[in-house]
Design a binder for this molecule. Structure first.
Ligand code: ADP
Length: 262
């Protein structure tokens, strides 16, 4: 399940980030949701985005994945030119940006009338135009690794939430993105199903995948993240090593938030 990008060897990543975001801004009407966000994620890093509900975390992910169009700011993936949202952005630029990341959604977002296998090969075959036989082979291999190969011909409603989310993860992996985006991947799950999904995410981190993860699971963030970014009110309030941000925050707002959840 390792990242397959040949250029993905861990290295002095800080100067060669997989993703750099500068001055990202987004409003919905008069509601300024992102007020100038800077982020950078190095190869193999897991960045955990935490913060109160409504602070803009999901909007950051959606902007990175082209599901929302930012009002301003620059987003660059390694090897590609920065997309400057202060200027007109072409469909081609957006498509290229979307291709760089794979998103795992809170509510799985699987197609209900397609089987597990069909859900997974949709992106590789329809969007990336890869040969179907190859996409099927890879999908089956990934399903085996998350223990769901025997479910490949079932429909999403026949699976538990935890199984659906593992399919959601496989669907993102099948795109072979440079970056995985997780939007509160366990928050819709019954507590007894959370562990299986976290286990898969932890394995991906150990395999060297680069990830940005919005999560309320602070204990998990502490265990897996390389960096924690605390957002509030559309700004980054504090960022740093998980032990520092979660155990000994510098900012009062961070302190109040983590003390409520830990
Ligand atoms: P978080 O993930 O931190 O809970 P979100 O990014 O989901 O925060 O939302 C931040 C703010 O943006 C909220 O006030 C939310 O209501 C608003 N918002 C998010 N998406 C939309 C949208 N599509 N239209 C209007 N407002 C939105």
């Amino acid at each position: 399940m390792s990242p397959t990008d040949p250029a993905a060897a861990p290295s002095g990543a800080a100067d060669n980030p997989v993703l750099s975001v500068a001055e990202l801004r987004k409003s919905f009407g008069s509601n300024q949701v992102l007020k100038s966000i800077d982020l950078s994620v190095s190869q193999g890093q897991v960045l955990a985005l935490i913060g109160p509900s409504g602070s803009g975390k999901t909007t950051v992910l959606r902007c990175l994945n082209g599901l929302e169009i930012p009002d301003g700011g620059r987003v660059a993936f390694r090897g590609g030119p920065a997309v400057d949202f202060g200027q007109r952005v072409s469909r081609k630029q957006l498509a290229a940006l979307r291709d760089q990341s794979g998103m795992v959604f809170q509510h799985y977002n699987l197609f209900p009338h397609r089987t597990v296998l069909e859900n997974i090969i949709e992106g590789p075959v329809q969007v990336q135009k890869r040969p179907k036989a190859e996409a099927v082979r890879e999908a089956e291999d990934l399903l085996r690794r998350v223990g769901l190969h025997d479910k490949k011909d079932q429909y999403p409603h026949q699976l538990s939430g935890g199984q659906q989310q593992r399919v959601g993860i496989v669907r993102a992996l099948a795109l072979k993105p440079a970056l995985l985006l997780f939007d509160e991947p366990t928050s819709a799950l019954d507590p007894e199903l959370v562990g299986d999904v976290l286990h898969v995410i932890k394995e991906l981190a150990e395999d060297g995948w680069t990830m940005v993860m919005v999560t309320h699971e602070l204990a998990f963030a502490r265990e897996v993240a390389s960096e924690v970014v605390f957002m509030d009110g559309g700004v980054v309030v504090e960022r740093g090593h998980p032990d520092q941000v979660l155990r000994d925050p510098h900012e009062e707002r961070t302190r109040q938030f983590v003390h409520r959840l830990l």
